[in-house]
Design a binder for this molecule. Structure first.
Ligand code: CP
Length: 328
């Protein structure tokens, strides 16, 4: 594994390996001795966080994942303060970052830029890995990994993800998290997806074609209450209003696409509620108190999954296993 630009690079053994490594890293880090060992894994390495689109948890969890492994970080969070304002091209900027660091983690408002950066890296003498931390409306592969890990942990006593019915609700048209997670479902037998979206915000045809190609059953509805009792997980997303061209998000009545205490009553006792966050009104704060609310754990899982991913990129996974064995 070198670049992590989209979900296509993952197969089932790699996903299982990353989930195991995530659990191992978080377990090791619980003791001060283990945390110190982790910090000594990559103290000479440097990473660049290039985020030209707003982020709280992806930025912070990537940054802290680097620090957990001893990797020092630098950042640009606004192209207005980089030499891009002087006319430097995207490619020249990325190549410049690669002169100083060993890893570039990037988020852009536009789709396809992480791929462009990876292609550039593949053409220069000193390439560094590119991690896509969110590219426009298209992909958010590391979010899909942490979502997968959260699902696996939620279902660890009920046979894992295989055979589960997973609902995805909200602005599915422009939500990159649900697009990336849907793609990963092909690695789990017997999963059924239920897409619940307001009119005009349904899942895009390319993802539906992908699911059809891999034989993953899915249904689409605008009626949450009809399908809620059959779901093992409901993955809720907000309206992606940053992509509005004519304030179209504000015209949507979100009430039928909201989880509150009444919806909790309709759900299985074993079902989980997930959300990539940040949330809008689509999950009532009262839901936070319910043990089925998984989104706060989900965001913390993100840091540990990103530790595992970065460790894997740099071939540090065996060393994490050795640390785990040595400290018992
Ligand atoms: N889930 C997610 O990508 O959150 P941020 O936008 O806060 O990074």
């Amino acid at each position: 594994m070198f670049h992590v630009v989209d979900t296509n690079i993952f197969d089932r053994p790699l996903l299982d390996d990353l989930c195991d490594l995530t659990t191992l890293a978080r377990t090791v880090a619980k003791s001060p001795e283990g945390a110190r060992h982790l910090q000594q894994l990559a103290p000479t390495m440097r990473a660049m966080l290039y985020f030209t689109q707003p982020s709280t948890r992806t930025f912070l969890s990537m940054n802290n994942a680097c620090h957990i492994l001893g990797i020092r970080t630098s950042e640009i969070r606004n192209a207005e303060v980089s030499s891009e304002v002087k006319g430097e091209t995207f490619e020249d900027s990325i190549r410049t970052f690669s002169s100083y660091v060993d890893l570039i983690i990037m988020r852009t408002p536009e789709a396809g830029y992480a791929e462009r950066a990876a292609q550039l890296m593949n053409s220069i003498p000193r390439p560094v890995p590119i991690i896509n931390a969110g590219s426009g409306k298209d992909q958010h592969p590391t979010q899909a990994l942490l979502d997968l890990y959260t699902l696996e942990r939620s279902f660890e006593n009920s046979g894992g993800i295989a055979g589960k019915v997973i609902g995805m609700m909200g602005d599915l048209k422009r939500g990159r998290t649900v697009r990336s997670l849907s793609r990963l479902m092909r690695h789990y037998d017997g999963v059924k997806l239920v897409f619940i979206a307001p009119d005009r915000f349904e899942m895009e045809p390319d993802i539906k074609a992908y699911l059809a190609e891999y034989g993953i059953p899915f249904e689409e509805t605008g009626r949450l209450h009809d399908v809620l009792p059959e779901l093992d997980a409901i993955y809720v997303t907000r309206m992606q209003s940053e992509h509005d061209v004519d304030d179209e998000s504000s015209a949507v009545n979100l009430a039928p696409f909201t989880i509150g205490t009444h919806e909790l009553d309709l759900m299985k006792k074993t079902a989980v509620v997930m959300h990539p966050l940040p949330r809008g009104p689509e999950i009532a704060v009262e839901v936070d108190q319910d043990p089925r609310a998984m989104y706060w754990r989900q965001e913390r899982n993100g840091m540990w999954m990103r530790v595992a991913l970065i460790a894997k990129i740099f071939g540090l996974d065996d060393e994490i296993r050795a640390i785990a064995s040595s400290i018992g």
